[in-house]
Design a protein around this ligand. Sequence first.
Ligand SMILES: [Zn+2]
Length: 157
Amino acid sequence: MMSVKPTKVIRWNVRCTDNGHNAVTYVLAGDSYGRLLGRTAKNELAEFNSWEASDVYEEIEEFVQHLLGRDHGTSDCFRRILGAVCDPAPSGELYDFTGKVWCPICGSPNVEYGPDEPPVFETIALTQVELSKWGQLTSKSLKRGMIKEALSRVRKA
Ligand SMILES: [Zn+2]
């Protein structure tokens, strides 16, 4: 069951340097502290709200800190593994929470992007990420294993 929330966003123009496509995508507007926008190469967007999912957020954060052996400077790693913890997008791709932008038309990573001047605000129906996969992990060790695997993939990339 997918939940969708009206969300204030800033429109970004994306120009594809490979194929000359012009398209738009969005980033979160306003106070986005604790909120992360996930994106796929197919321009599927979803929000992870660490306030609303605070127990999951704290749980993942704790595993990441423990596995990395430090309790600060871990937010970058958190962003990079979050997609593996969340349910995939409708296309089957995992969301990327690092702020990476692809061409919304062909999925090329070779893009130039940014807001209009002045920025254009819109309200869109934004999907909220689902965490059913994570919720089905019944023990701490299964959860730890999932984070560990996601971290090792990040480190190789
Ligand atoms: Zn393109």
